[in-house]
Write a protein that binds this ligand. Structure first.
Ligand code: ADP
Length: 171
């Protein structure tokens, strides 16, 4: 069974087997979590992302999918890049957001890893409301059939932490 844990912190500080990146579909870097991971992990990550763009993902990584690279100098072995959906008020994209978590765990299982740190995908630049994003994230991880033993949500500020804590308690 996957143990779900929450911490307030920076995902680039996490000593885990794999950290999940809230990437954009270009895989070539951006702001938020993505910028922090590439800054701290170093150029090996971007080199592998460029190689992915030159091979399997010529059109970029579609939203809801996930792919792994090295974690470079991060205190993790792998980065699993996933692309969240941009929040839309008039189109329900929650299945795509749930897919980010499910596909990241599927990639983690392929790598044979046990501990995975997740950010709150889509809640930054992609504007997904925290309360809803937390519920979708936790439901997706709870429902996943995975060998990952710890799914650690790393929340960057107190409002994000509080939203996940409330959703985890189920109230
Ligand atoms: P997206 O484009 O999917 O919205 P962002 O990186 O903009 O991705 O934001 C996703 C979430 O990650 C936001 O809640 C943001 O506050 C948070 N965040 C930003 N930097 C970090 C970090 N270094 N570690 C963990 N979470 C972070």
């Amino acid at each position: 069974m996957t143990n779900i844990t929450l911490i307030l912190g920076d995902i680039t500080d996490q000593t885990v087997d794999a950290v999940v990146n809230a990437a954009n579909s270009s895989l070539l870097g951006g702001g938020g979590v993505d910028g922090a991971i590439h800054r701290r992990g170093g150029s090996d990550i971007l080199d592998e992302c460029r190689a992915l763009r030159a091979s399997h993902y010529g059109g970029g990584l579609p939203a809801g999918q996930a792919v792994a690279t090295t974690a470079g100098r991060l205190p993790a072995r792998w980065v699993i890049h996933t692309v969240g959906p941009v929040f839309s008020a008039n189109e329900d994209r929650s299945a795509t957001l749930a897919s980010c978590y499910r596909e990241s765990l599927r990639v983690a299982d392929e790598l044979g890893v046990r501990t995975v740190a997740f950010p709150a995908v889509s809640t930054g630049v992609y504007r997904w409301p925290l309360t809803d994003a937390a519920r979708i994230a936790l439901d997706a991880v709870r429902a996943a059939d995975t060998s990952v033993t710890e799914a650690r949500f790393v929340l960057f500020d107190q409002p994000a932490y509080d939203a996940f804590e409330t959703a985890l308690r189920g109230d």
